[in-house]
Design a protein around this ligand. Structure first.
Ligand code: ADP
Ligand code: MG
Length: 140
């Protein structure tokens, strides 16, 4: 489930997230990188679906973090609006990510220096057509 993938519409990105979720274990951290609209939240929706989350998954842009319960507990962070890493530390980010849960982090570049060394990375880029996305999944 690691490698470089091309998706042709959002349902394929959701499917990819769902497939990827199968390798996740409690305590895993997934850092997502990609511009606005590149599909980070769609991918995460697939991961949550795969983990058996029944709630609606949306970007927690205003409240920074959402918590879901599926087969595993899921913390979903979105740091788009965060300018100062101190704000992230203050919400207890470190306590959350070293916990019995899967942490999914949008705009992970904003917390790169406090991410655990061992993590998955998902890099999303726009493809050559409007609905294409190139998604690279790796394990550090
Ligand atoms: N292949 C694709 N994968 C994911 N999203 C796509 C794709 N093609 C078009 N889209 C659209 O791009 C947008 C992605 O939104 P979203 O997942 O919220 O992005 P992000 O969280 O990175 O800002 C959605 O409107 C979706 O319909
Ligand atoms: Mg998003």
């Amino acid at each position: 489930m690691l490698g470089k993938f091309l998706t042709r519409d959002e349902t394929e990105t959701i499917k990819l997230g769902e497939e990827f979720s199968k390798i996740l274990k409690s305590g895993d951290v997934v850092a997502l990188y990609g511009e606005l609209g590149s599909g980070k939240t769609r991918f995460i929706q697939g991961v949550c679906k795969g983990l058996g989350v029944s709630e609606v998954v949306n970007s927690p842009t205003f409240i920074i973090m959402n918590k879901y319960d599926g087969r595993l507990r899921v913390y979903h962070f979105d740091f788009y609006r965060i300018d100062d890493i101190k704000e992230i530390i203050e919400i207890g980010f470190n306590e959350f990510i070293y916990n019995d849960a899967v942490s999914l982090i949008e705009w992970a570049e904003k917390v790169r220096e406090i991410l655990p060394d061992s993590r998955y990375e998902v890099v999303l880029n726009f493809g050559s057509n409007e609905n294409e996305r190139v998604i690279e999944i790796s394990r550090l």
